[in-house]
Design a protein around this ligand. Structure first.
Ligand SMILES: Cc1cc2nc3c(=O)[nH]c(=O)nc-3n(C[C@H](O)[C@H](O)[C@H](O)COP(=O)(O)OP(=O)(O)OC[C@H]3O[C@@H](n4cnc5c(N)ncnc54)[C@H](O)[C@@H]3O)c2cc1C
Length: 321
């Protein structure tokens, strides 16, 4: 998402044009209907293979003098120390950036969390020429499909639902239009799966330990905001280290998560409701400015206070569509 790209740039990470595809907007598709809109004022999102982003980010970290200890498992933490098996490293601050199943979170007693709407997502890459510079979301009865170009010859396709047994191949049957685009295309990656949910922690720091990224809470993948959140958290956390005060991190962390969590809930009201999906798309087609402004809200370019009228238009449209 464009706000994530801005946050990444704030960390001094530049993604070379050749390594990513620019996304200009979003397209929703449901039962033969489609509605699309663009990101605000010419901004764009980036679509990039995880492995490529990983390389670019680690190169930046190494250039800044970070000691990268590959293939090392953190086995525990204690006051001022991180343990890697037999070895211990002294640490002024400890940052748990170890994902949704964070051990650091557990070790530091920060595990209390609320979780809503666990979903299962599967993805695969197909060798096919991209047909759009929009990120596509296909709304099915009980599953959503996502299609995003990641290079001039590869498209990433994912599907998310509440059913752990619903794999990508079967999900695609719900999206004939997308299936037609992929017909005969070679698959260039193995199917990989993950869970996704909205998770909030009561606390994201204790003593000299702070949690960041998915270790500190998650937003549903439908928002496309997970990475952006961790980039923004990193900027705040670095400032807190400088001032030696982590309580400001807690406040900023909560504020940063508010919008993505709210947008995840809003978007997921369409999940499993085909009639509502259809009506929403009809309203977006009839009032493209409502869709455009909702996307601007999603990427943080517009405050919720500016959307009262759009809320009324959407509500009235849903009643009368
Ligand atoms: C299906 C799906 C689609 C998504 N799409 C998007 C999207 O389009 N845009 C977006 O911004 N976000 C997206 N997200 C969210 C995004 O993937 C996460 O928010 C992001 O990966 C979180 O990064 P992280 O570094 O906090 O955690 P992770 O990516 O989980 O990384 C944690 C790392 O810690 C390591 N680790 C764990 N334990 C240890 C240990 N004991 N010792 C050493 N290392 C350890 C792991 O090996 C891993 O490398 C999506 C998520 C899902 C599930």
């Amino acid at each position: 998402m464009p706000d994530s790209v801005t946050a990444l740039e704030r960390l001094g990470v530049a993604v070379p044009a050749a390594d990513a595809c620019h996304l200009r907007g979003v397209r929703f598709l449901s039962s033969g209907l489609s509605a699309e809109t663009i990101f605000p004022s010419g901004s764009s999102g980036l679509s990039i293979r995880r492995t490529t982003l990983h390389r670019i980010m680690t190169e930046r970290a190494a250039a800044l003098g970070t000691d990268l200890l590959w293939q090392s498992t953190i086995t525990g933490i204690s006051n001022q120390h991180v343990h890697l098996g037999e070895r211990s490293i002294r640490a002024r601050w400890i940052v748990g950036a170890d994902g949704a199943h964070s051990r650091v979170r557990h070790w530091s007693g920060l595990d209390t969390q609320s979780r809503t709407g666990l979903r299962y997502a599967f993805r695969r890459h197909y060798r096919v020429a991209p047909w759009t510079d929009r990120m596509e979301i296909y709304w099915g009865k009980r599953v959503q499909g996502y299609a995003t170009a990641v290079s001039s010859e590869q498209v990433c396709v994912a599907a998310a639902s509440h059913d752990p047994a619903l794999r990508l191949e079967e999900s695609l049957l719900a999206f004939p239009e997308l299936s037609a685009r992929l017909r005969g295309a070679e698959t260039v990656s193995a199917e990989r799966g993950s869970v996704t949910a909205n998770r909030k922690l009561k606390r994201v720091w204790r003593g000299n330990v702070a949690l960041i990224g998915d270790a500190s809470g998650t937003v549903d993948a439908i928002t496309g905001e997970g990475l952006g959140l961790s980039f923004s958290q990193a900027v705040v956390l670095a400032n807190c280290f400088r001032s030696g005060n982590l309580s400001a991190y807690q406040t900023a962390h909560r504020r940063l998560a508010l919008r993505p969590l709210w947008m995840a809930r809003l978007m997921l009201t369409l999940d499993g409701r085909p009639r509502l999906q259809r009506r929403t798309l009809q309203v977006f087609r009839r009032h493209p400015e409502v869709f455009r402004r909702l996307l601007a809200l999603h990427v943080g370019s517009l405050s919720p206070f500016h959307l009262a009228l759009d809320g009324l238009t959407l509500g009235w449209g849903l009643l009368t569509a």
